[in-house]
Design a protein around this ligand. Structure first.
Ligand code: 3HC
Length: 694
């Protein structure tokens, strides 16, 4: 065995040279790795005893792509193109041996091998689009030459990780070898290539699969049209499509040039910067400074849920999906039956949509048990209370849970804003009390705000963070305060949106600006969806707000066919409503205000800047660990467009001095609601960004 450099070894198995790359955690293509590959292939090609070369990786995965943390820095070491040329032009067959994931630049390296073998659990993909990028090392030109245009379009615009079996079927992988026997399998494969005198296949040279798309621009037009909604606002999908078009319409070398040009375009743009930032933000959110990863965890084998409403049922599904048995406790049989029926209906819809076979519905339902007796929770490891937001009810439930549940069981509340310390105070185990704030619909939404109360133990925090991963959630640890991180910031946006309607904007003006910014919908469309009558009491309603007036007119949102908007009875499409407009105008006139025209810029700034300001306060109060955690909350829980990074990243992009100046201007005109947070003043004064707070 010879060490080529600190990450690459060269050894021989008879006449097969084996290059072994070992650069944890994911063998990303850093300068050192590129150097190792370049020098390694050079040495193997030069060695007269070597007849074929296998490239294999140590650790959990094959090369998972370019080293994202290097982007934007000065380029050092061998270029990826040098490495790829060396491999592709090698006079000896090169076999890439794939386990884990061959992603992005990693797959692009493998595509320059003459052959690829993989274990069954391996996956291949070009996920650059999720970083606002496109495969910049020939991936867009080589992939369609193997898979054909349709499949390539799908892969580069979705970033999906394709399982080995499918890769084999489409020719991306040449052979599957048994799990755990990758090295021996790849060496045997290489030997056979030599013995059978198989050709040195260069993917670049074979255009056969592209022919079907030549002269058919409609393939691309149709693809764009079919995905327009999914791609809305994003720049990278279109750049990826253009690269595949280039693969069809240009010779390979020209196609590479187009790919390079478009790669540099997206790479230098703000969207990719935001999406790369976000990639690391999501991973950083798992790191809790005073709760190391090695902190003990409590095994969660059985879960209890109080409440079979929309939230309780949705939460239960997460656990059943992960194979963890759940008991749901309700007070009344009909409420329990209704709740379980909704869960079954959700599963059946998924099965009909092809997500899993119908047999899965019964299997998952079999993991969910209903009960009317809280004593059924005596042996669960975790209880999540999901009843409505009243402190007295929650306190009563926690008192009873404390006496029923076994010692060591975690008692969690799904409250979206009540004081968890107060809830914990009624138990004799405040260290076991934590907030697990799921977002609706709880079986779909990715975000989980994990709320740490004063006495919550580190074990309970670490268990909750790990459990979130098990059930496929993205967790962010936050502190106790009204609304926690997400809803507290949302409150700022909601307040300004309402105020602007009283000043002269129409709900659809506000919604349009936020939709164009990249949100899936604005606050008024959102209210219509949720129902305007949440928390509204008919008997007490005195027309004091526009919402009161709308509800009194039975315009309670989508469910009544009208709310802020009118809804087409057939298509359910929303239309600005002349009725709502009149209601608003009358209301404003009655309150003696003079409506004015509010520009789009003001709408956006008044919705977004107070949120950023509230984020700064949350950081000052240590309710969020770091600015990027706030961004993870907003991207996953509230539809903030990931290509804008999150509110705190967006503020950094705009410039904190500009945000501060605007807040001061608004404060002078409209009062204390816009008072700048001390942290915003401080950072702006020092010429810094939120990102400098690490
Ligand atoms: N560059 C730098 N660091 C990376 C990385 C990359 N490409 N991929 C992963 N990492 C780091 C993570 O930040 C994390 O670091 P941490 O432990 O300090 O937090 C560590 O590796 C482990 O990553 P995960 O926590 O994500 O581990 P998982 O096992 O859950 O997932 C993975 C592994 C599927 C490989 C996932 O990390 C992933 O999807 N990585 C990104 C893959 C990717 O996007 N590749 C394309 C890069 S762009 C490119 O190649 C351009 C080219 O076309 C020129």
């Amino acid at each position: 065995m010879t060490a080529i450099n600190s990450v690459m070894d060269f050894s021989k198995d008879g006449d097969v040279g084996v290059l072994t790359l070992n650069s944890p955690p994911v063998n990303a293509l850093s300068a050192n790795v590129r150097d190792g590959l370049y020098e390694g292939f050079k040495a193997a090609i030069a060695d007269p005893a070597v007849k074929a070369i296998v490239l294999i990786c140590e650790g959990r995965t094959f090369i998972a792509g370019a080293d994202i943390s290097e982007f934007g820095g000065a380029s050092k070491g061998a270029s990826l193109f040098d490495v790829q040329n060396m491999m592709e032009e090698s006079p000896k067959p090169v076999v890439a041996a794939i386990h884990g994931t061959a992603l992005g630049g990693g797959l692009e390296v493998a595509l320059c091998a003459h052959y690829r073998v993989a274990v069954p659990s391996a996956r291949c993909g070009l996920p650059e689009v999720n970083l606002g990028l496109l495969p910049g090392a020939g991936g867009t030109q080589r992939l369609p030459r193997i898979t054909g245009v349709e499949k390539a379009l799908e892969m580069v615009t979705s970033g999906s990780h394709v399982p080995a079996k499918e890769c084999l079927a489409m020719g991306l992988v040449d052979e599957i070898v048994p799990e755990g026997e990758l090295k021996a399998g790849a060496i045997a494969f290489a030997r056979k290539v030599v013995a059978d005198r198989k050709p040195l296949v260069k993917v670049r040279d074979n255009d056969t699969k592209l022919q079907a798309a030549k002269g058919h621009p409609e393939i691309f037009a149709n693809f764009r049209k079919a995905n327009a909604r999914k791609f809305r606002g994003f720049k990278a999908p279109e750049a990826n499509i253009q690269c595949i078009e280039a693969a069809v319409n240009q010779p390979f070398e020209e196609g590479l040039k187009t790919e390079r040009r478009l790669f540099m375009d997206v790479m230098m743009g703000p969207q990719s910067a935001a999406q790369r930032y976000y990639f690391f933000a999501e991973r950083l959110a798992n790191k809790i400074p005073d709760v190391p990863d090695t902190t003990a965890t409590i095994p969660i084998k059985k879960v209890g849920i109080i409440g079979a409403g929309t939230m309780g049922g949705g939460i239960a599904m997460n656990f059943a999906n992960a194979g963890i048995p759940v008991t749901i406790v309700e007070v009344k049989q009909d409420a329990l039956d209704r709740g379980l029926k909704v869960v079954r209906g959700n599963y059946e819809r998924s099965a009909k949509g092809g997500r899993f076979p119908m047999s899965e519905v019964d299997r998952r339902m079999g993991l969910i048990t209903g009960s009317l007796d809280m004593n059924a929770l005596a042996d669960v490891d975790l209880v999540i209370e999901a009843v409505f937001e009243r402190m007295d009810i929650k306190k009563d439930i926690f008192t009873r849970l404390d006496s029923i549940c076994k010692p060591g069981a975690i008692l969690a509340t799904n409250t979206s804003g009540l004081n968890i310390d107060e809830i914990a105070s009624v138990t004799k185990r405040p260290e076991a009390v934590i907030g697990l704030h799921f977002f609706s619909p709880a079986n779909v939404m990715k975000l989980l705000e994990i709320v740490r109360a004063d006495h919550t133990s580190k074990e309970v925090i670490n268990t909750s963070m790990k459990l979130a991963k098990t059930i496929g959630k993205i967790a962010v640890l936050v502190g106790v305060c009204p609304g926690f991180v997400g809803n507290r910031m949302l409150g700022q946006r909601g307040r300004e949106a309402q105020k602007m309607v009283l000043e002269g904007a129409m709900p659809w003006d506000v919604d349009r600006v936020l939709y164009d910014f990249g949100f899936p919908m604005g606050p008024f469309a959102m209210s219509d969806l949720a129902g305007l009558d949440i928390g509204w009491v008919k008997e007490r309603s005195k027309g004091e707000t526009i919402r009161d007036v709308l509800c009194e007119a039975d315009r309670r949102g989508q469910k009544t066919g009208a709310g802020y908007y009118d809804y087409d009875p057939e298509t359910r499409a929303a239309k600005p409503s002349p009725v709502t407009e009149k209601i608003i105008k009358d209301f404003v006139t009655k309150s003696g205000k003079n409506p004015r025209t509010i520009g789009d810029e003001e709408i956006l700034e008044r919705c977004i800047y107070p949120m950023i300001n509230e984020g700064a306060k949350l950081l000052d109060e240590k309710k969020a660990i770091r600015p990027s955690d706030i961004d993870v909350v907003w991207v996953n829980g509230y539809g903030w467009p990931v290509y804008r990074g999150g509110p705190m990243h967006y503020a950094d992009q705009v410039g904190l001095d500009k945000v501060l100046a605007k807040m001061k201007e608004f404060e002078a005109k409209m009062g204390d609601a816009f008072k700048p947070a001390p942290l915003l003043e401080k950072l702006a004064g020092e010429g810094k960004k939120f990102a400098d707070l690490r």
